[in-house]
Unconditional design. Structure first.
Length: 508
């Protein structure tokens, strides 16, 4: 056997051993010293990419955690019916239009994210477009069926110098109930309130709470197509069959499936992609109610030049012992092992779990919200348990060091092209209704914010935590507590085969 063949054989053996080791690890019992019961959760697919990482790392550390991305409403319902131990969501119980669960609950922020506008389009020469710009009003009008053609003057005005064909826009949306749908159409409602009210009435959608399902009126846009799950939406838009499609999905899925995301024009007039710094900048304007649920009207209209306007937090929902600051907390978990596992996992999410979020399409929590996770752990344990105080010394979240790691927004190819002033296309192409919506959008958002009871600024009103630069960050490496023994095991298994392969006489 030649040296090249030997190396290839050894490489294949190493890959096989890694696969076997991973498979065996799945079935190994909890390591000695690790305690706690297995916990199960379901819900948001918006946060699914982050959950995949958090769950995998938990299992590697000996914590038995499972999560099914069934959608936020399904997660809330299952939690309320005592079918799971925790839920993942972007929607609140109020969005379901039903009573709150008897078991009691708390909202626990776990990561910041953004709804990307993914699309598949070509220019007049048949070349793929990957630098599309869309104003907030244009986005809203497309997803309410007020704009039906890629050649619409509003899209042309947003993309001076780019000519798109006269093709019908295929609006791809989440089938079934969805927290991402609730987030996105909340943005639409605040961006074009006049059009939204008429559109909602026509399609019999609620206006007193967020829309969590569109299936009841498949004619809500000119041409539509539904898919279940964030990954399916991204795959289908990015496929050859998805040409001329546009949809809303968490930004991480656009990156995972290499689907272009539109640059959305913010209130400052800049065209922004949903990278970590831009998500964080927008969420400086977020307001959190006393139960930590989010009011996002000011996020959609953030004045920051680098703010991506369709940004939001995602949440865990857990049980909690009665607490003076949480009327919804009605009792701790009956199984202390569930509490123990959840507490350890949530502590990980608050700190180490935030380190690589910017690399997979999210943005790490500000340090005040990492602290809120620690506070939530204390409420979950009950019995007067004091909350751990997180600092830069004991928490790896890069926000404790004033950094937001991750890739920066690439240069805009249309940046040097002379364009219209922000919002100029509203009066020239949208017609009377759209012009009115553009004029009243900010006022409506402000009115909505004022109408929310007991709203407070995130971080207790302090603004110092909100200013962070996208500086370089040397993030901590993976824990060696598990990796070192695994590498030693692989070396023991791999080296004899490698040595034998090297010593075997060449018979070729």
């Amino acid at each position: 056997m030649s040296p090249t063949s030997t190396r290839r054989r050894s490489a294949r053996l190493a890959v096989a051993l890694l696969a076997v080791a991973g498979l065996l690890w799945t079935f190994l019992p909890t390591p000695a010293g690790a305690t706690g019961a297995a916990i199960n959760g379901q819900g948001s697919s918006y946060v699914a990419l982050a959950m995949q990482q958090w769950v995998a790392n938990a299992q590697t550390s000996g914590l038995k955690v499972n999560y099914t991305p069934s959608g936020s409403p399904a997660g809330l319902t299952s939690f309320g019916q005592n079918q799971v131990d925790f839920a993942g969501t972007e929607a609140e119980y109020s969005a379901l239009g039903s009573t709150e669960p008897n078991r009691g609950y708390q909202y626990v922020p776990d990561v910041a994210g953004a709804v990307a506008i993914m699309y598949n389009a070509q220019d007049g020469a048949g070349k793929k477009v990957d630098y599309l710009r869309l104003s907030r009003l244009t986005v809203a009008r497309i997803f309410m069926g007020d704009i039906c053609k890629w050649s619409d003057p509003a899209i042309s005005a947003d993309n001076v110098g780019l000519v798109l064909p006269d093709q019908t826009i295929n609006v791809v949306y989440r089938g079934g109930q969805s927290g991402t749908t609730a987030l996105f159409y909340d943005f639409v409602a605040h961006t074009a309130p006049d059009i939204f009210r008429a559109w909602a009435a026509k399609n019999q959608f609620p206006t007193d709470r967020r829309i969590i399902q569109l299936d009841s009126s498949p004619s809500f846009a000119c041409k539509t197509q539904a898919f279940q799950g964030s990954d399916q939406i991204a795959q289908n838009i990015g496929s050859a069959g998805g040409l001329w499609s546009i949809g809303y999905d968490e930004f991480g899925f656009a990156q995972t499936y290499h689907v272009p995301a539109a640059r959305v024009q913010n209130a400052h007039g800049d065209w922004i992609l949903p990278y970590a710094q831009n998500i964080s900048s927008a969420l400086e304007s977020a307001k959190l109610r006393p139960d930590l649920s989010q009011e996002l009207a000011d996020v959609y209209n953030s004045p920051n030049s680098d703010a991506y306007p369709i940004s939001a937090y995602s949440y865990l929902v857990t049980q909690c012992a009665p607490a003076a600051d949480r009327p919804t907390c009605k009792g701790a978990y009956s199984n202390p092992g569930v509490t123990e596992t959840l507490a350890a996992w949530m502590r990980y999410i608050a700190c180490e779990g935030q380190v690589s979020m910017a690399d997979i399409g999210y943005s790490p929590l500000p340090k005040e919200l990492s602290q809120e996770i620690a506070n939530s752990i204390a409420r979950m344990k009950g019995g007067g348990t004091p909350a751990e105080q997180l600092t830069a010394d004991n928490c790896a979240n890069p926000r404790f060091r004033g950094a937001i790691p991750g890739p920066k927004q690439p240069e805009d190819p249309l940046a040097k092209v002379k364009s219209l002033a922000p919002g100029a296309n509203a009066s020239s192409t949208a017609g009377p209704a759209s012009s009115s919506a553009a004029a009243t959008g900010t006022e409506s958002a402000a009115a909505t914010t004022g109408a929310v009871g007991a709203v407070k600024a995130a971080g207790g009103g302090s603004t110092d935590w909100r200013t962070a630069s996208p500086t370089s960050y040397d993030r901590p490496g993976n824990s060696t507590s598990v990796l070192v023994p695994l590498l030693v095991l692989l070396a023991i298994l791999f080296l004899p085969a490698f040595v034998l392969g090297r010593r075997r006489p060449d018979r070729s």
